[in-house]
Design a protein around this ligand. Structure first.
Ligand code: SF4
Ligand code: SF4
Length: 177
């Protein structure tokens, strides 16, 4: 069904497979050197991770269903869903998004090939003495990541409103911004 064909009083989410509950995307720094691309490659080696660029901003996408998404595509915690979900609207949601971006990388190999094509220097050879330990983020205890920063990192709209229990909320409420 096309968005424009939605009957009056109906809710778009009733005709959707809950696309907005099946991933989240985080804006990331634009990669500029081999180490940046290699870090992206590492993320993507974990599977179900993609990277896209939209209007010059790079995003890391984690493709994973929300644990509260039910088999009927409705939200299992609708009345208590996170604010990022309740703030989201069907108005500009990805219901009919074609997911075409400026750049899209679906595999770690694609990221590496892109880096080889755009970076002036060759891929550095790995030093044999380099540590093979697991990467550990070094976050200073005196400066914890703030809620404000976390909030900003979720700035791409990716959580739908209105795919909860239709009986619990009127259609008018569901489609309001
Ligand atoms: S609305 Fe939010 S909490 Fe509910 S299923 Fe979707 S992502 Fe999960
Ligand atoms: S808000 Fe989410 S579930 Fe509702 S129509 Fe849009 S993408 Fe689908």
């Amino acid at each position: 069904m096309k968005r424009k064909d939605l009957p009056s009083g109906d809710v778009l989410c009733n005709h959707c497979t809950a696309r907005c509950c099946r991933y989240f995307a985080l804006p990331i720094d634009t990669p500029a050197e081999w180490k940046d691309f290699d870090n992206l490659r590492w993320f993507m080696l974990h599977g179900r991770i993609s990277v896209f660029v939209d209007q010059k901003t790079w995003y890391l996408v984690v493709h994973n269903d929300c644990r509260h998404l039910q088999s009927d595509n409705l939200c299992g915690i609708y009345s208590d869903r996170p604010e990022i979900c309740s703030d989201y609207s069907t108005k500009d949601c990805e219901f009919d998004n074609d997911f075409v971006y400026d750049k899209m990388f679906e595999t770690p190999e694609q990221i590496e090939e892109y880096a080889e094509a755009v970076l002036p220097q060759k891929k550095p050879r790995r030093q044999k003495t380099q540590s093979l330990g697991l990467p550990i983020l070094n976050v200073p205890l005196a400066e914890p990541v703030s809620h404000e920063r976390l909030g900003h990192s979720h700035s791409i709209p990716n959580r739908g409103e209105g795919h909860g229990d239709p009986a619990a909320t009127s259609a008018q409420e569901l489609i309001s911004v």
